[in-house]
Design a protein around this ligand. Structure first.
Ligand code: ATP
Length: 576
């Protein structure tokens, strides 16, 4: 297939906000690939999501709008000022490229464009800026207007077709099976490797049986298991009976992959954070002899003089790109290992108690990896004691784990149940919201140009963000300024396609950033789209919402609290 045809599909996707239509368009695209093209369906999947590889591979083009500008000028022989004026008028370098690039007889294949983009991302070192401009200008010279538009948007990370993972999964099933029944199998495989391109490629080259047999692969992060909530110790024991209880540490979740002498570390939102944690790499090599292992734990900074673990605000300083050696000396890390997912074979379907057993034999004593202490608990009374001790120790709370529970990748379920300190009479957990826009504000706040945020939660069944609150409290003046600065970099002049909102803020932004929000309770409301599945439904809203801190760097938008969780939290209210 030619890139021109793919660009035409992109255009169709861009023209609709309806998820079902998007699913059909994508399914038609996949169906129209010939067998050779299906072997490279992974490239198409990544491009459709505006990427070259799954995000955990950390590929960045490192090309700013300034460089795009110069490449367009060079490719078209245009006048810099004219291009500048067009950007002002059209608001998007993609649209500018579409306007100024010329049509061609010779057409680019998808693979050619993909290979060129790959090359573009690889240039580094001295003189790489000039080479990037030269190379991109050449690519644009050979691209038709529509192709140029999408090439530019992909490079700038602004493709914004609004195609979420659930839509891709549905359309793969539709293309392969003419129905959506394969979605759970495809989703399971995706949860185990976090790579939609790989899942699609396996489906179309090896068939559905290989998807059903899909196993964890060391080196591909597993989408993390998460904890459900219940209102108290009695409910926990009632729900899962005798359980394993651990403290809930407040640090960085690390999923550590060991392949021989190579170690890779992934964060909760599957970013590759390997280079940030040299002592975890060393600790893993020193304390685990087996070749192929995946384990998870919470990394915490500690005071080297006393050995005392430090609060999250200190641990968070370890999350940085530069100056790692100096901060490492000041605040070394240890990791409380709480699960084992692979040890020369996939263990995700083993019972938790078995995984813990294997884990305790596998991890030797040492300085960095420490098994998270665990106690088997039969009664609500003992659970309460452990919870109170944990809070007294400065922990966030506890996590109770079902003894025979498997590791359920990519989801929140009752195999793990968390219990945290109460924030209000009704809610005992904070809510992670995605900012989708902001309002200018009135009175004193008008001076900052931002007064409140429009916040949404995530609906993973459809891959969309749905509103739940307008937040104006909890924001200090300094934070307002920082929010405005940060959000203005991602503002757009229309409602993002993966957002459902009845409220129109003064400024829309790409749904990228997560903030932690405390509220007094969840109420029903007709103005928010969270939980509102039809026109006549009422949705959910947060009462007295206030932000806690600034943007959460450990969570991606898709890691925000889900609509389903809000429904569950609403039903739990007042049950304590
Ligand atoms: P929170 O915002 O409360 O950290 P979360 O949405 O990141 O929650 P939860 O499912 O609520 O995730 O809780 C699981 C998280 O708790 C894990 O992501 C992990 O980072 C952390 N954690 C700390 N201690 C443990 C433990 N002993 N077992 C499992 N997870 C733990």
């Amino acid at each position: 297939m030619k890139f021109k045809q793919l660009a035409a599909y992109f255009q169709k996707l861009e023209n609709t906000a309806k998820r079902l239509e998007m699913t059909d368009i994508l399914a038609e695209l996949f169906t129209n690939l010939d067998p050779v093209e299906k072997e490279k369906i992974d490239e198409i999947i990544y491009l459709t999501q505006g990427q070259l590889l799954p995000s955990f591979r950390n590929i960045e083009f490192g090309i700013s709008e300034k460089l795009i500008h110069r490449a367009i000028v060079q490719a078209t022989g245009g006048i810099s000022n004219d291009i500048e004026a067009m950007v002002h008028q059209l608001g998007d370098y993609g649209l500018v490229a579409e306007k100024v690039c010329l049509d061609h007889l010779e057409v680019l294949s998808i693979s050619q464009v993909y290979a060129n983009l790959e090359k573009l991302a690889e240039f580094s070192g001295d003189g790489s800026v000039a080479r990037k401009i030269e190379f991109l200008a050449d690519l644009l010279k050979n691209a038709s207007p529509l192709e140029a538009k999408y090439i530019i948007r992909i490079i700038l990370g602004k493709l914004r077709l609004g195609v979420g993972d659930p839509t891709v999964l549905d359309s793969l099933s539709l293309a392969y099976n003419q129905d959506k029944l394969l979605r759970p199998d495809l989703e399971r495989a995706y949860n185990l490797c976090s790579d939609l391109g790989l899942v699609a490629k396996i489906l179309f080259t090896k068939g559905i049986s290989s998807i059903i047999d899909f196993k964890v692969m060391v080196g591909c992060p597993i989408r993390v298991a998460l904890a459900a909530r219940l209102s108290g110790p009695e409910e926990i024991i009632e729900k899962i009976g005798t359980c394993a209880v651990e403290e809930k540490y407040d640090g960085f979740r690390c999923q550590v992959h060991k392949m021989g002498n190579k170690v890779q570390i992934f964060s909760r939102n599957l970013e590759n954070t390997t280079h940030m944690f040299p002592e975890i790499i060393q600790g893993t090599l020193d304390q685990i002899k087996e070749s192929n292992v995946i384990f998870e734990g919470e990394a915490l900074a500690y005071d080297p003089a006393t050995g005392q673990c430090l609060p999250f605000q200190t641990t968070v300083q370890r999350k940085r790109k530069h100056g790692i050696e100096s901060i490492r000396e000041k605040f070394p890390l240890k990791i409380f290992v709480f699960d084992l997912l692979y040890a020369d074979k996939d263990l995700t379907q083993y019972a938790f108690s078995q995984r813990r057993q294997i884990m305790s034999e596998l991890i030797k004593k040492g300085k960095v990896l420490e098994l998270s202490p665990v106690e088997e608990v039969k009664t609500a009374q003992r659970l309460t004691e452990i919870f109170e001790d944990a809070i007294a120790q400065g922990r966030e709370g506890i996590v109770a784990k079902r003894l025979d529970g498997e590791y359920k990748a990519g989801g929140r379920n009752f195999n793990w149940i968390k219990l945290k300190q109460s924030y209000s009479d009704n809610l005992n957990d904070t809510i992670d919201c995605v900012i989708i826009g902001y309002f200018f504000g009135k009175g004193l706040r008008a001076a900052f140009g931002i007064g409140s945020l429009l916040a949404a939660v995530y609906d993973p069944t459809v891959g969309r963000f749905k509103t739940i609150a307008k937040i104006g409290t909890g924001l200090s003046d300094d934070e307002l300024v920082r929010f405005k600065e940060t959000l203005d970099k991602i503002k757009i002049n229309f409602m993002p396609k993966n957002v459902e909102s009845l409220i129109v803020p003064d400024v829309w932004v790409d749904p990228l950033y997560v903030v932690e929000v405390q509220a007094d309770e969840i109420t029903q409301s007709p103005v928010h789209t969270c939980g509102k599945d039809s026109k006549d439904d009422t949705g959910y809203a947060l009462r007295f919402p206030r932000t806690v801190g600034f943007i959460r760097i450990d969570k991606a938008a898709k890691d925000a609290t889900t609509v389903e969780e809000i429904k569950q939290m609403f039903n739990l209210q007042g049950r304590k």
